[in-house]
Design a protein around this ligand. Structure first.
Ligand SMILES: Cc1cc2nc3c(=O)[nH]c(=O)nc-3n(C[C@H](O)[C@H](O)[C@H](O)COP(=O)(O)OP(=O)(O)OC[C@H]3O[C@@H](n4cnc5c(N)ncnc54)[C@H](O)[C@@H]3O)c2cc1C
Length: 354
């Protein structure tokens, strides 16, 4: 018999002895908690020190842990049944959470509130996204593109306190996502009435994917082609009311649909919007960069791209959030690998013939 064949035979025989060996010396099974402590003790560095380093200092770790404890104890953030509830129930819960978080917006400094939201996203990314669409995109567009007088006006209307105003951000169209300069929605200045007419001229100009549009937003910042006296000036942003703030019925000329269930983040109600000759006051155009006077004079900024700034922050936030979610996934996978016990790892069982 060749030595190769002898080795294979010995290996097969070792399998046949499994039951006997396993019965002889049944190893004591470790509990998952024991396995985890054992793995943790193997660390060759100070885990706590690394945590402080990753959080930016001990103070920030303490703040993060405080947020985590608050969320664990807050029943509005319960997630244990999230796979049993419907899309509509998840969306309702999202709006309940708004109430619990709103007061922190003005009570906490921005970096601390940002940390709170990053912690929340680890628990409920759908809520984080809906809240982020209002504060990051809608409110961010007001902050970045409104004059200071316009900004104060929208804050007084409830944009900061979410008092009678919940925002969304209507930039993307069915036919145009990356190409913001090529958007088709129009905003035509009507000098006689001192108004803009917001209009969706084609199917591909339908605003698409708009987070919060399907049910929850009362207002939106719309990106549209500015047209004054027949001349096009490129894509600018305009505040448009979508729904009655009390009854939530659609305003005249607004047509909205629900994009429906997604692969994740169902807490946010993404929808589509069509505008049919919707009239808004001229002053609803956000005029920090480009200005249109009562007489129809257009003053343009040195850099037209400034208009698109609002989404940059949103996109950066999505990348940071993806990083945090990936950290959570790696942590779960690492812990699972440390405690998962399957088959036998006794040398009797998997002994290879030498
Ligand atoms: C869940 C979800 C929520 C969203 N919420 C909102 C919202 O609230 N408001 C809103 O306005 N939008 C929203 N969007 C839309 C989002 O901003 C767009 O999906 C994004 O801007 C990309 O546009 P697009 O999907 O049309 O892709 P496209 O523009 O068609 O791009 C498709 C691919 O081609 C690449 N590409 C595009 N142009 C070029 C080029 N010139 N050269 C090389 N590569 C190119 C892109 O990088 C991409 O990989 C949402 C999208 C999703 C999926």
């Amino acid at each position: 018999m060749s030595s190769d064949a002898a080795q294979r035979l010995a290996f097969v025989q070792s399998h046949l002895q499994v039951a006997a060996c396993a019965n002889k010396e049944e190893p004591k099974k470790k509990t998952p908690v024991e396995s985890m402590s054992e793995e943790r003790e193997k660390a060759t560095f100070d885990v706590r020190e690394l945590t402080y380093f990753l959080d930016g200092g001990e103070k920030f770790t303490q703040i993060r842990e405080k947020f985590m404890m608050e969320l664990e104890r807050d029943p509005t953030f319960r997630m244990y049944d999230m796979y049993d509830v419907t899309k509509d129930q998840i969306r309702e819960r999202t709006m309940e959470k708004f109430r619990t978080i709103v007061h922190y917006v003005s009570a906490e400094p921005v970096p601390i509130f940002t940390m709170r939201m990053q912690t929340i996203s680890l628990i409920d990314p759908g809520f984080w996204t809906r809240f982020g669409v209002h504060y990051g995109l809608f409110f961010g567009a007001l902050r970045g593109s409104a004059t200071s007088a316009q900004f104060s006006h929208w804050v007084s209307k409830g944009a900061l306190a979410l008092n009678g105003m919940v925002g969304c951000f209507a930039m993307t169209e069915l036919g145009h996502g990356s190409n913001v300069a090529g958007l088709e929605t129009t905003a035509t200045f009507d000098e006689a009435s001192d108004q803009f007419i917001i209009h969706t001229p084609t199917i591909t100009a339908t605003k698409w994917w708009i987070g919060g549009a399907a049910h929850t937003a009362t207002h939106t910042v719309v990106f549209a082609q500015l047209i004054v006296r027949g001349k096009r000036y490129g894509t600018k942003s305009f505040v448009v009311q979508l729904r009655d703030t009390r009854t939530y019925t659609l305003m005249p000329g607004i047509n909205i649909g629900d994009i429906g269930k997604k692969m994740g983040r169902d807490g946010i109600d993404n929808g589509w919007i069509q505008f049919t000759n919707v009239r808004i006051p001229r002053t609803n155009m956000l005029m920090k960069h480009t200005k249109v006077s009562r007489a129809g004079e257009v003053k343009e900024p040195p850099m037209a791209q400034l208009t698109y700034g609002a989404l940059i922050q949103g996109r950066v936030a999505m990348v940071v959030d993806s990083g945090n979610i990936a950290k959570k996934a790696v942590t779960i996978a690492g812990r699972y690998a440390a405690v998962r016990r399957q088959f036998q790892s006794s040398p009797h069982v998997f002994r290879r013939p030498s």
